[in-house]
Every structure is written in structure tokens, then in C-alpha cells.
Write a protein that binds this ligand. Structure first.
Ligand SMILES: C[S@@+](CC[C@H](N)C(=O)[O-])C[C@H]1O[C@@H](n2cnc3c(N)ncnc32)[C@H](O)[C@@H]1O
Length: 292
């Protein structure tokens, strides 16, 4: 019977041979999942020999990872903005960069003044943006929108798990087709990778993550452009639109504002690695909105 420490050592070797750069950490995370232990208890069990059932279960997880399935799908969860969200194959795995979008939304909402804002989270995926805002703004009304049914189901599950199920309306819709009300804030993390770049992505992303969550068309901006055009009839005056994008899309995003919202103010924000990651369009208040 092999000791846990030896089993973890051989998992590390297998992961390393499959080209997994974080093999040391990932071997421990896989065994923590297989044995349902936190890290401290995993170390306490190092001299024990796990039951064969657990060894077989861990072997299945390791074999999935060696085929380059993303670790988050194997573990079934990921942390985002301080909360644990479920993740599932078929729905994009949340990225840390998206926390910058949530931080920008918080700055806007804190300045906005109204407690009962309506927020659209378009292309909600696992629901991370809308749910993080629902937790912080209990009076906000949130519409989490995605064309992918699996994303809508996962968003609903995550909202319920994190206690904001009744605050969120999850709508399966191609952009705003099924939406018939206006919003104070529209947040969109829609696919923004140019089609020609998809083939050069890591296998974890290219093979396992849903293409409809990645492929932004020829220039990477085609879905977002369509969303901006549709949003002109939905966003309230004085409201704002936040987009997650890549630095290469900054100019196209800025030019687009001239066409759709000629009087709005355009700004960008960088992510933690210093790359432009968010575009912010702030719409002017109409004269009729001011109280003299
Ligand atoms: C880049 S993922 C972002 C997911 C999530 N917001 C996040 O940050 O992890 C883009 C999402 O947009 C959705 N999507 C793509 N095209 C769409 C469309 N036309 N209408 C609504 N959602 C769409 C995809 O299904 C996917 O869930």
C-alpha cells in the first residue's frame, strides 16, 4: 500500500510529463479534491495509505488533467471576488482579470447615488459579475443574460448558492432580444478573441472551453459591436456601459462610441498586470433629468 506522500509525488511527475507548469500545486489540489481534505489535513495524512476507492478516483482526475482539461472544471469550483463559484464544462471559467470590471462597476455604482439601479450583465457565463454586484448592492435589480442555456442554469445555481437568487433575473437571450426594460448600467464581457487567434490558444482553452464564449469574430469586436448598437435604446441617460476587452481592441471600442453614443465620455482601466482591460462609456444626463 502506497503512502499518500508517495502518491502525490507520482502525481506531480505525471502532471509535469504532460506539460503542466503548476504541477506541484495542482497535484495537491487534485488530492485535496479526491480525499475531500483541506491543505493542512492533507499534510497530516501524508504517512497514511488511502483506500483503493480514493486512489482510483484520484487517478481519474489526474488522467483528465493530463489530457489538459482545465483544473477548474476538474475541481468544479473557483474563487472570484472573494466568493466560491461553481464552474462546469460548457461554460467559460471565470478569469481574475474580470475582477477589474467588477471594481469599475462598484466605483460607478457608488457614485451613482440611486439604491435601486437596474444592471444588465450581458454574457453572464457562470454569473460572476452580476452575482458579485448583487451581493454588494442588495437593492439593485440584476438581469443576467446569456445565449447559452448551460450558462443560465449555472448562473441561477451560483446565485442561489450565494444567497442572491431572488435578486437576479436570469434570461436566456441573444444579447437584448428578450429584454424589454431599460438599465442604468450595462456590463458586458462578451467573446473578444479574433477568430484567427483561437487556434493559437492553450489546449485548455481551445479544446475545452466553449467557442461561443471566446470567438469575437474577425476583429474580436463583432458581438460587442452588435450589443452596443442594441444598447442605445436601453441604457438610461446618465447611465454607463462597461466592457471587458483586450488592449488591442481599445481603438475600435473608442471609435464605436462616436457612432453609437456621440456625446458620451470614454475611458479605460488597466487590470492587475497593467494591460488595458475595461472600456467605460459614461452617457450624459439629459437636461430633462436635472431638477432645477
Ligand atoms: C467571455 S464569456 C464571459 C462569461 C462571464 N461573464 C465571465 O466573465 O466569466 C462570454 C459569454 O458571452 C456569451 N455570449 C456569446 N454570445 C452571446 C450573445 N449573442 N448573446 C448573449 N450571450 C452571448 C457566451 O455564452 C459566454 O457565456
Amino acid at each position: 500500500m502506497k503512502r499518500l506522500e508517495d502518491l502525490i509525488r507520482s502525481t506531480r511527475k505525471n502532471l509535469q510529463s504532460a506539460g503542466i507548469s503548476e504541477y506541484l500545486l495542482e497535484a495537491e489540489l487534485i488530492w485535496m479534491k479526491a480525499l475531500n481534505l483541506d491543505r493542512a489535513n492533507l499534510y497530516l495524512e501524508f504517512n497514511e495509505s488511502p483506500n483503493v476507492r480514493f486512489i482510483e478516483y484520484a487517478a481519474g482526475l489526474v488522467s483528465r488533467r493530463m489530457k489538459r482539461e482545465p483544473l477548474a472544471y476538474i475541481l468544479g469550483k473557483i474563487e472570484f471576488f472573494g466568493k466560491e463559484f461553481n464552474v462546469k464544462p460548457g461554460v467559460l471559467i471565470p478569469r481574475q482579470d474580470t475582477e477589474t470590471v467588477v471594481e469599475e462597476a462598484i466605483k460607478i455604482l457608488d457614485d451613482y447615488g440611486s439604491t435601486s439601479t437596474t444592471i444588465f450583465d450581458v454574457g453572464c457565463g457562470s454569473g460572476i459579475i452580476g452575482i458579485s454586484l448583487a451581493i454588494r448592492y442588495p437593492h439593485a435589480r440584476i438581469f443576467s443574460i446569456d445565449s447559452n442555456l448551460q450558462a443560465c442554469i449555472l448562473t441561477k445555481q451560483n446565485a442561489e448558492k450565494l444567497g442572491v437568487g431572488s435578486q437576479l433575473q436570469v434570461v436566456q437571450s441573444d444579447l437584448f432580444t428578450a429584454i424589454n426594460c431599460g438599465a442604468d448600467l450595462i456590463i458586458a464581457n462578451l467573446p473578444y478573441i479574433p477568430t484567427s487567434d483561437i487556434e493559437s490558444l492553450e489546449p485548455e482553452v481551445r479544446v475545452f472551453e466553449p467557442r461561443a464564449a471566446l470567438d469575437g469574430g474577425i476583429d474580436g469586436f463583432s458581438v460587442t459591436k452588435r450589443m452596443l448598437t442594441q444598447s442605445s435604446g436601453l441604457i438610461k441617460s446618465g447611465g454607463a456601459i462597461l466592457l471587458e476587452l483586450s488592449p488591442e481592441l481599445t481603438d475600435i471600442a473608442k471609435n464605436q462610441i462616436m457612432e453609437v453614443f456621440p456625446n458620451s465620455i470614454f475611458a479605460t482601466q488597466r487590470d492587475l498586470s497593467g494591460q488595458i482591460r475595461v472600456a467605460i462609456y459614461t452617457l450624459p444626463k439629459l437636461a430633462s433629468d436635472y431638477k432645477y
